[in-house]
Design a protein around this ligand. Structure first.
Ligand SMILES: Cc1ncc(COP(=O)(O)O)c(C=O)c1O
Length: 427
């Protein structure tokens, strides 16, 4: 059942049953039926190069992850109220990847739940409610998080306790980021609100991917601490080897967060997320309240998390993200030189990159939308980022190899040369 009519029928059933709040990618929605490594295959057997998905971190359907999941599911699945060695072992292995100050972990199923828990902790520990986020941040699906996710748009008003700051960009981005955070702190205080936390995605993905220069977030982190607040590093997008040079993107900046939230790549497709934290903060939170997440940290998830860590180590995926990531950033810089009429800027580190198009953000956003569809027709999957979707988002699974990169760059070179794109951008 792979023909167009069955595809159209499925689309109709999907919208009839799932309703209008779900979106799909591409003008011609993709219907993959199988995944392996960095490839997705549609119902007709066509292969697509996945240069977009960070959730299948170690590659789609990695056999070691699938095997670990199936074996544990066949033996026992319970929850964190019973003792299980895999939950403890996974916690030990995960926290060992952090600075010694961040030595405890709590498990959740999604990045949203991890951020939501972090909010509860900072409120309980600081006694404050004020939260500072970036101007196009996205931090998750709960009502609390929607209130501090400006990227959801004007129909989702921000909370009165929320202040936004521009992400750091440009050579003096660190100074302006720190200055904006200080202004936001003053604004909260003027409203009688105690600052509880500065919360940002450590690659500023939805803002458009801003990673440089290393160290540019340090002044802002110092500012929130001076004001009695905490720094929550949202590593849901950035974490687990993707930046190549480090396991976690915040490490590039030489700062140690008070709390780190994790999600997407931890389970390579399985819903596994976590909050890593300083034990003194958790002691205070734990003394005041309890936390039970029915599925968070179950033994099957723990087995999956362990297998993902094993694969990253055994297949040298951080080293791969570093070396192929450097080649990716160099290759994109070369493309930017070849297509100066359409490319405004290339940003990124490791296997996380953004290519911003020229023109007003709205027009560039239309250009990216055109380019994404064009690349899909060429068999390459990519995404967009920025307040108007004006930048291409490149974020492949970690085993992305040199041949995959060559394929991506060739396709992108062709896509950026098309009259259709130049026409939209007026180039
Ligand atoms: C930076 C960031 N934080 C949190 C989340 C929420 O994670 P989840 O969708 O697993 O709830 C996302 C999801 O896109 C994200 O990008």
């Amino acid at each position: 059942m792979t023909d167009q009519s069955s595809h159209a029928t499925l689309m109709a059933r999907r919208s009839r049953t799932l309703g209008p709040a779900y979106r799909h990618f591409y003008d011609a929605p993709l219907h993959p039926v199988r995944g392996q490594g960095v490839r997705l295959y549609d119902a007709e057997g066509r292969a697509y190069l996945d240069a977009y998905n960070n959730v299948p971190s170690v590659g789609h359907c990695h056999p070691r992850v699938v095997e670990a999941l199936a074996a544990q599911a066949a033996e026992l699945n319970t929850h964190t109220r019973y003792i299980h060695p895999k939950i403890v072992e996974y916690g030990e292995r995960l926290t060992a990847l952090f600075d010694p100050a961040l030595s405890q972990v709590m498990f959740t199923c999604t990045g949203s739940e991890a951020n939501d828990l972090a909010l509860r902790v900072v409120r309980a520990v600081t006694g404050g409610t004020g939260i500072i986020v970036t101007s196009n941040a996205y931090h998750g699906v709960t009502a609390d998080l929607a209130e501090l996710s400006p990227s959801l748009g004007a129909a989702n008003p921000l909370g009165a306790h929320v202040r936004t700051v521009a992400p750091p960009s440009g050579v003096d981005g660190g100074a302006s980021f720190a200055a904006e955070v200080r202004t936001a702190i003053a604004s909260l205080q003027a409203a009688g609100l105690r600052p509880a936390a500065l919360l940002f995605d450590t690659v500023f993905a939805s803002d458009g991917v801003y990673l440089d220069p290393p160290g540019c977030v340090a002044g802002a982190v110092a500012a929130i601490r001076e004001a009695g607040g905490l720094f929550i590093a949202d590593e849901v997008q950035a974490g687990l080897a993707r930046v190549g040079s480090h396991m976690w993107a915040y490490e590039r900046h030489g700062v140690v967060p008070d709390i780190v939230t994790l999600g997407k790549p931890l389970g390579a497709g399985h819903p596994l997320a976590a909050m890593v934290i300083r034990p003194d903060l958790l002691a205070e939170f734990g003394a005041k309240t309890r936390y039970f997440n029915t599925f968070g940290g179950n033994p099957v998830s723990a087995a999956v998390g362990l297998a993902v860590l094993d694969v990253i180590r055994d297949e040298g995926l951080q080293e791969n993200a570093d070396s192929v990531g450097r080649a990716l950033q160099d290759g994109l810089a070369t493309l930017a030189q070849r297509h100066p009429e359409v490319v405004a800027e290339v940003r990124g580190t490791g296997l996380y990159a953004a290519v911003e198009l020229r023109g007003a953000p709205g027009t560039a956003g239309q250009g990216i939308s055109w380019l994404l569809n064009d690349m899909r027709r060429r068999g390459v999957l990519l995404g967009s980022c920025g307040s108007h979707g004006q930048a291409l988002k490149i974020r492949p699974p970690l085993p992305f190899g040199e041949d995959d990169l060559a394929e991506l760059l060739t396709a992108l070179d062709e896509g950026l040369s098309q009259d259709g794109l130049c026409h939209i951008l007026g180039a």
